[in-house]
Design a binder for this molecule. Sequence first.
Ligand SMILES: *Cc1c(COP(=O)(O)O)cnc(C)c1O
Length: 494
Amino acid sequence: MSIMYKSTRSKTEKVTASQAILKGLADDGGLFVPETIPALDIPLETLSSLSYQETAYEVMKLFLGDFTEEELKACIQGAYDEKFDTEEIAPLVKKDGAFYLELFHGKTIAFKDMALSILPYLMTTSARKNGVKNEIVILTATSGDTGKAALAGFADVPGTSIIVFYPKNGVSPIQEKQMVTQKGKNTNVVGIIGNFDDAQTGVKQMFNSRELAERMNEKGYQFSSANSINIGRLVPQIVYYVYAYGQLLKQREITCGEAIHVVVPTGNFGNILAAYYAKNMGLPIDMLFCASNENKVLFDFFKTGKYDRKREFILTSSPSMDILISSNLERLIYRIAGEDAEKTRELMEALSAQGEYEITPEMKNKLECFQGGFATESETAETIRKVYETTDYIMDTHTAVASKVYYEKAAASGKKTVVASTASPYKFTRSVMDAIDKKKYDSMTDFALVDELNHLSGVKVPEAIEEIRTAPVLHDTVCDKSEMQATVEKILGL
Ligand SMILES: *Cc1c(COP(=O)(O)O)cnc(C)c1O
C-alpha cells in the first residue's frame, strides 16, 4: 500500500505523494504530512556500502509510494550527478572531534541544492503522472539560498516557470549577485522592500487565494511551491542523515546501532525536521540540537513551550536563518499534538492572529529529543576564528552557529556528533574573513576576499563564485511588500 499524505490542519484531504508535491500547500493552508512515517526497511549495516544515490533510493521510495522504481531512479540520477563537485555528494569531514556533514557541494554552494536539484525532476514527473497540462509556476520566497538554488534547478525546465521574491536589503552581496544574474527564459527575480517573513507571508497569501488560482487556470497556469514546506524538499533532506550514518559506519567511527547526535543550524525548521523524520524511521539519533542565531525564537520555544514571534527582527551574518516564523515547525507541532489537526489549526491561527502560541505540557514532554541552542554574532565569529586557528578548517557563518552549539552542548557528551554544514564559506566571504581578521580585510573588495579565502583555506574557488565575477545583471525588479501579487500578475500577463 503506498503512503498517502494528509494536511496538518484538517482531516478531509488525502492525496498521493505526487499530488502533494504538485500542490505544495494543502487547500486548508496546512502542510502535507505522511500518514505514517515509514521505517527504514534495510539493515543498518548495509548503509556503509551504499552510494549517495543508492541511499536516496532506499529512503525516498518509502515516502514517494506512487512513483515507480524507474521514475524515482531517473529523478535521482538526474539530480545527483556532476553538478556536485564531489562524488560523495555530501562528504563527512572530521574536525576537532565533530563530524561536519558538508551539504554545500552543489551548484549554488548551499544545502538547499540537496533538495532543489531533485525537486524539478519530482515536480515534472508528478505533473506527468497526474495529467497536468498547465504550466507550473514556482512561486518562492527566499532568505537568500533557496531562491538561487530553485532558480538553478528550474531554469529552462520545460513546462515550468519560476518567480522568486527576496528581501532587497536582507541577503548577502554574493547571494544577491547569484540571483540577479540567473539565466533562463522562465526565471524571474524580484527584490521586495520588506524582510523574509514579509516575503513568505505574501507568497502564502497568493497560494491561498482561490480567486487568483482561477484566473491563473484560465490562462493555463498553476502555482506550486519550491519552499521548504513542499514534501518534495523535505524527503530528499532525510537522505543525507541516513547517508551520514552509513559514512560513520564505513569510517569505523561507530558500531552498528550506536546512537549519534545531530546539530542543525536552523531557520525555517526544514533541515532539522528531516533529521527528526530520519530518527522516527529508526535511524539511531539520540539528540537533535536546534541551533539559532540571534533570532532565537526556536531556542525560546524549546525552553519554554511558548512560540513568540513578537520581537525585533535582527539582521545577522547568517541571513538564511534570519526567520521569526519557522514554517516547518507546524509539522512537529502536529506530531506532538498526537496528529490532532484541530489543535494544530488553533495554534497556527493564534500565531497569525496574536503572534504567539503555547503548547500543552503533554506536548512539551514529547520534545525531549530536542534541545535548542544559539550563538550571538560575536560567538559566531569567534567560532570561525577558533576552528580555523586550531584545524585550518574554514566554515561559513551558518555552520559556525551550529558549531558553537556543538562545543557548548554536545562535545562533552561522548556521542559522535554530526554537524550539518549548510554553506560554503565562499558564499559568505566577507563575514567569514571579518571573523578571522576584521582589521586586515575590512578595506578589500568582495572578490579580493574570495582570493584571500582561497589562499588561507587552500580550498578551490567554487564554479558558482567564478561564474558571477563577470556575469551581467539580468533581473532588477524591486517592489514594495504590498505589491507582490500585482508584480506576479504583471509577469504572467493576467
Ligand atoms: C536555509 C538555510 C538554513 C536553514 O535551514 P532551514 O531548513 O530553513 O532550517 C541554514 N543554513 C543555510 C546556509 C541555509 O541556506
